[in-house]
Design a protein around this ligand. Structure first.
Ligand code: ZN
Ligand code: ZN
Length: 388
C-alpha cells in the first residue's frame, strides 16, 4: 500500500501549471510509475535518486499537426528510454535492480481488489466533514451552507438508467431529487477535505490530484437536493467531468455492467475482443461494486426472510407436536380408564357367576334337605288329617 500512496503523491505533483500535455500517450501515470515527480514546468525528478529529466524538447500537439514530418511515436519511445536510463545505478527505480525495484502502476486489478476500501474512504469523508461542521456551527453558522455542492446531473447519461437507483437515497430511484449527493460523489472518487489554509471544504480526487474548492460551486445544505443540467448548470458540480484528462477514475469509456455481459450477442463479444483498449475506469468498477453490494444485500435479505420462515414453521411444528402429545396423553388416559373399567366389569361378571353357582349349590342342598324330610309322606298324612 505504501507504493500506492507514494505513487499517488507523485501523481499529485503534476499540476495544471507544471504539466503540459504533449501527447495522450504520455501521462503523469507513466512518469510517476517510474518514480518521477513534477518539480517545475516540463521537469521531472526521481524521488529516490533525485536525477532530473525534461520533456521540453517534445513538440506540442499543434506543432505535430503543422509539421507532418514529426514522428511523435519515435520521440515518445526515445523519451521513455531516456527516462528509464536516467536513474542512478543504486536507485530502486533503476530497471537493472530487478530484485529490489519499486514499481507501481494503477491497474484495473488493483482498483477492483481495493474498490470497497476506496469507495468507503471517499464516502466516509462526508461523515467526518459533517461532524467537523457541526462542532463549528455552535460558534458560527458560516460553513453551514458549504456541505454539499449542487450536482450537475448530466453525468447520469453515462450510466444506464436501470442502475441510477444505486446512487439514490433509498435505492428506489423515482425522481431526480432522491439522488444521494454523498453516494454520487464517492462513486466518482471525490473525497471531501477541509482546506488547511482557507478552512473551507475541498473536493479531491486521489487518482489525478484534482482539488476543487466547494465555494466555486453553488452549494446546498441538503444531502439530496441538486440542480439539474438545465438549471444553472455552470454553478453545479459535474462529478464525471471535473477529473483531469488522464484520470484513471473517469476516463471516457462506456458502461459495462458485469450482469449485462451475459445478454451480449456473439458479434458484440467478438467486436470487444478485437478491441485492444479493454481497460475500464474507476467509476465503472465502482458502479459494478455497488451493484454487487446491492445484489448481495438483497440475497442476504431474502435468505434472512427464508430463515425466518423456517423458524416460524419450526415453531408451528413444535406446537403441533405438543398438541399431539397432549392428545396422546388423553387417549392413553382414556384407554387406561376403559381397561380398568373392563377389568372391574370382568371381576363383577366373575363374581356373578360364582354367586350363581353358589345359589345353585344352595338350591341343591335345599332340595336335598327337602328330600330327606320326606315331604310326600308329610303331605299324605296332612291330606288324611284334612279329610278326617
Ligand atoms: Zn531514480
Ligand atoms: Zn480524478
Amino acid at each position: 500500500m505504501t507504493d500506492y500512496i507514494d505513487f499517488l503523491s507523485r501523481v499529485k505533483t503534476y499540476s495544471f501549471e507544471k504539466w503540459t500535455l504533449r501527447s495522450s500517450k504520455i501521462t503523469p501515470y507513466h512518469l510517476a510509475s517510474w518514480g518521477f515527480s513534477c518539480i517545475a514546468e516540463d521537469t521531472f525528478e526521481c524521488t529516490m535518486c533525485q536525477q532530473t529529466i525534461s520533456a521540453s524538447h517534445l513538440p506540442f500537439q499543434s506543432e505535430i499537426e503543422e509539421q507532418k514530418t514529426i514522428d511523435m511515436d519515435l520521440l515518445i519511445k526515445n523519451f521513455f528510454g531516456s527516462i528509464m536510463a536516467v536513474h542512478k545505478e543504486e536507485c530502486l527505480y533503476n530497471q537493472n535492480n530487478y530484485d529490489n525495484q519499486i514499481y507501481f502502476s494503477l491497474t484495473d486489478e488493483f482498483l477492483i481488489q481495493n474498490m470497497e476500501e476506496l469507495y468507503m474512504l471517499a464516502y466516509n469523508s462526508y461523515e467526518s466533514f459533517d461532524n467537523m461542521n457541526q462542532t463549528e456551527e455552535s460558534s458560527s453558522d458560516e460553513n453551514k451552507s458549504d456541505k454539499y455542492p449542487c450536482i450537475d446531473t448530466s453525468f447520469l447519461k453515462i450510466i444506464p438508467q436501470q442502475y441510477h437507483f444505486l446512487l439514490s437515497q433509498d435505492q428506489k430511484f423515482v425522481k431526480i431529487k432522491s439522488l444521494d449527493v454523498r453516494k454520487t460523489l464517492a462513486a466518482f472518487a471525490w473525497r471531501l477535505e477541509e482546506d488547511s489554509q482557507s478552512g473551507k471544504g475541498t473536493l479531491n480526487c486521489d487518482f489525478c490530484g484534482r482539488c476543487v474548492p466547494l465555494q466555486s460551486y453553488a452549494t446546498n445544505n441538503g444531502r439530496y437536493m441538486i440542480i439539474t443540467q438545465n438549471n444553472e448548470a455552470n454553478e453545479a458540480f459535474n462529478p464525471y467531468e471535473e477529473h483531469k484528462y488522464f484520470c484513471k477514475w473517469s476516463s471516457a469509456q462506456i458502461f459495462t455492467a458485469e450482469q449485462e455481459e451475459s445478454s451480449q450477442t456473439n458479434l458484440e463479444k467478438e467486436k470487444e475482443d478485437s478491441d485492444t483498449s479493454k481497460s475500464i475506469n474507476g467509476w465503472n468498477i465502482c458502479i459494478n461494486y455497488l451493484l454487487d453490494q446491492f445484489t448481495y444485500q438483497s440475497k442476504k435479505k431474502k435468505t434472512f426472510e427464508a430463515v425466518n420462515e423456517i423458524h416460524k414453521m419450526q415453531d408451528e411444528i413444535k406446537k403441533i407436536q405438543k398438541d399431539f402429545k397432549q392428545f396422546e396423553q388423553t387417549i392413553s388416559e382414556k384407554y387406561t380408564k376403559i381397561v380398568n373399567d373392563c377389568e372391574s366389569l370382568n371381576i363383577k361378571s366373575a363374581s356373578t357367576s360364582q354367586f350363581k353357582q353358589k345359589l345353585q349349590q344352595n338350591r341343591q342342598s335345599i332340595d336335598d334337605i327337602l328330600k330327606d324330610l320326606n315331604l310326600n309322606s308329610l303331605l299324605e298324612s296332612n291330606k288324611k288329617i284334612k279329610t278326617n
